[in-house]
Design a binder for this molecule. Structure first.
Ligand SMILES: Nc1ncnc2c1ncn2[C@@H]1O[C@H](COP(=O)(O)OS(=O)(=O)O)[C@@H](OP(=O)(O)O)[C@H]1O
Length: 193
């Protein structure tokens, strides 16, 4: 097993992985691309506090308010475009799309889908998770090799900065057709508004 968020959006990755093993099963966690962009920005901001504001980066120029698709935080969320590249090499049945939202609201059922997809026994179930009020996310009750509960680290589930709502609307409008295309391609409605 191997993971990195960048595989899904790297042009050469499908061909390379297909050449390595054409039976590879691929699991992709996707979340609302607008929240994803803000999350991506938040992560970069944490490493570079002098970064311009989100609204400065998201538009090509502030008067036309055209979305800057060359900004990686925006580009990565155009899931339908990336999926097209993968479908040149892999049938849809080799890909599983996990909902990032349901991974938070109902991790056990998303983990069931993962285990079924991999042909594994459903060993990870509801009883392995609890909702940690302080973290604001589900955590593992008892990870393997430990008797203590474990949440993901500080860099997962960070507070996002406030982004003006008109900026978010613009971005939402931008993604809408790509999201619909993605729902059609995957046969899954992720419910991003
Ligand atoms: N259980 C649990 N605990 C904490 N965080 C959770 C959990 N489930 C999903 N998430 C969401 O995961 C987001 C971070 O994952 P990333 O994909 O950005 O990580 S990485 O790219 O592999 O570094 C992170 O995004 P941010 O909220 O923007 O920090 C979380 O929303």
């Amino acid at each position: 097993m191997e993971k990195t968020p960048s595989y899904f959006v790297t042009r050469e990755a499908p061909r390379r992985i297909f050449t390595m093993n054409h039976n590879t099963k691929l699991i992709v966690v996707v979340r609302d691309p607008v929240t994803r962009a803000v999350s991506d920005y938040t992560q970069t901001l944490s490493k570079n506090p002098g970064l311009p504001s989100f609204q400065n980066l998201v538009f090509k120029n502030s008067s036309t308010r055209m979305i800057d698709t060359s900004w990686s935080a925006v580009r990565i969320g155009i899931y339908s475009k990336h999926l097209e590249n993968w479908l040149r090499y892999f049938p849809l049945s080799r890909l599983l799309f996990v909902s990032g939202e349901r991974l938070v609201t109902d991790p056990a059922s998303e983990m069931e889908r993962v285990q079924d997809f991999l042909g594994l026994k459903r060993l990870v179930t509801n009883k392995h998770f609890y909702f940690n009020q302080t973290k604001g996310f589900p955590c593992l009750k008892k990870p393997e090799g430990s008797s203590r509960p474990r949440c993901l680290g500080k860099s997962k589930g960070r507070a996002h900065p406030h982004i003006p709502s008109d900026v978010l609307y613009k971005l939402r409008d931008f993604y809408r057709p790509f999201n619909l295309k993605f729902y059609q391609m995957t046969g899954q409605d992720f419910g991003w508004e």
